[in-house]
Ligand binder design. Structure first.
Ligand code: PEP
Ligand code: MG
Length: 322
C-alpha cells in the first residue's frame, strides 16, 4: 500500500470522475515544510503560528516572525500557504502574557478575542505576514471568529497596517486572500453573511465539534459525544460550503476530520474544495479520492444528511466506499 501511495506524489487529487480538489497539509513550524513537499501536498492549509510564541519567555518580534513566514511561502514556491494568526488560550497557554485563570478557558479570552484587545501584539504579527506576502502565495486566516464584527475589526487592523507599510514603500502583495476559520456554530449558521465579506472559509472541526456538541475535546469521559459524522455536524459543514459557493468563494477544512477515511467521501460529496491534514495523510487521502466518484459521493452525502445518528452515517459510508 505504501508503494501505491508513493506513486501518487506528483499526481493530481482528482475523483474517479475527474473532479479536482486540493489536498493540503497542516504545519506548526517551517521545519515541517519538508514533510509537506515529500508527501505531495498541494499547499499548506493551516500554519499554526502559535508554536512560534510557545516555549519561550517573551513575544517573538516582527523580524523573527517575518523570517519564519517568508521561509514557508518561499519553500512552497507559489503553492498556497494559509497562515493562521495567533490562536492561544484554551489548551495553549503563553505564560509570559500573564492572563487571568478562567473557569472555562475554551469559552474564554482566546485567539482573535485576545488579539483584538491586545492589538499592539496582533499588529506585529499582521505586519510580519504582510511583509512575507511579497515572497509567495500567502493567505491570512483569523481563528475563532464568532461574529461579523470581529472579522471586520481584524480586517480593518490588517488594512491599516498594510497602508502604513505601503506608505513606507515596503513591498506587500496586492492580492492576499483573507479568510476565517469556522469553528464556532454561530459562524457556520451565519455563513451566508460572512461569505459576502471573507475570501474563504476553513472549517476547524476539532473545535466546531466540541462547541456544537458541548463536549470538551480533551475530556475522555465525554469523548463519546465527539462525533464528526453526526448529521448535525454534516449539516453545518454543508451550510458553510453552500454559502461560500453562492458567493464564488471556496471552503476548506483543516480539522482532523479532513483526513478521516469515513469523512472524506462525505466531504467530497458536500463539495468541499480543500482538505488540509497532517502531511502523512495526504497520499492515503489522494489514493482514496481517486477511487470515488463525486456523483456517488453526492448521493451518499445527501442521504447521510437525512439520517438520525453518527453510527448510521458511518455504516452507510463503510457499506458504500470502504
Ligand atoms: C480546529 O479547531 O479544527 C483546528 C484546526 O484548530 P486547532 O486544532 O489548532 O484548535
Ligand atoms: Mg481550533
Amino acid at each position: 500500500q505504501k508503494k501505491e501511495w508513493a506513486k501518487l506524489v506528483n499526481e493530481p487529487s482528482v475523483s474517479k470522475d475527474g473532479h479536482h480538489v486540493e489536498l493540503a497539509a497542516n504545519i506548526g513550524t517551517p521545519k515541517d515544510v519538508e514533510g509537506v513537499l515529500n508527501n505531495g501536498a498541494e499547499g499548506v492549509g493551516l500554519y499554526r503560528t502559535e508554536f512560534l510564541y510557545m516555549g519561550r519567555d517573551e513575544l517573538p518580534n516582527e523580524d523573527e516572525q517575518f523570517e519564519s513566514y517568508k521561509k514557508v511561502v518561499e519553500n512552497l514556491d507559489g503553492k498556497p500557504v494559509v497562515i493562521r494568526t495567533l490562536d492561544v488560550g484554551g489548551d495553549k497557554e503563553l505564560p509570559y502574557l500573564d492572563l487571568p485563570k478562567e473557569m472555562n478557558p475554551f469559552l474564554g479570552f482566546r485567539a482573535i478575542r485576545l488579539c483584538l484587545e491586545q492589538d499592539d501584539m496582533f499588529r506585529v504579527q499582521l505586519r510580519a505576514l504582510l511583509r512575507a506576502s511579497a515572497f509567495g502565495n500567502l493567505k491570512i486566516m483569523f481563528p475563532m471568529i464568532a461574529t461579523l464584527d470581529e472579522f471586520r475589526q481584524a480586517k480593518a487592523m490588517l488594512e491599516e497596517e498594510k497602508q502604513k507599510l505601503i506608505d513606507k514603500n515596503v513591498e506587500v502583495s496586492e492580492k492576499i486572500e483573507v479568510g476565517i476559520m469556522v469553528e464556532i456554530p454561530s459562524t457556520a449558521v451565519m455563513a451566508p453573511q460572512f461569505a459576502k465579506e471573507v475570501d474563504f472559509f476553513s472549517i476547524g472541526t476539532n473545535d466546531l465539534i466540541q462547541y456544537t456538541m458541548a463536549a470538551d475535546r480533551m475530556n475522555e469521559q465525554v469523548s463519546y459525544l465527539y462525533q464528526p459524522y453526526n448529521p448535525a455536524i454534516l449539516r453545518l459543514v454543508k451550510m458553510v460550503i453552500d454559502a461560500s459557493h453562492a458567493e464564488g468563494k471556496w471552503t476548506g477544512m483543516c480539522g482532523e476530520m479532513a483526513g478521516d477515511e469515513v469523512a472524506i467521501p462525505l466531504l467530497l460529496g458536500l463539495g468541499l474544495d480543500e482538505f488540509s491534514m497532517s502531511a502523512t495523510s495526504v497520499l492515503p487521502a489522494r489514493s482514496q479520492l481517486r477511487k470515488i466518484s463525486k456523483e456517488e459521493a453526492e448521493s451518499v452525502a445527501t442521504k447521510a444528511l437525512e439520517l438520525n445518528t453518527s453510527e448510521e452515517v458511518k455504516q452507510l459510508v463503510e457499506k458504500t466506499f470502504l
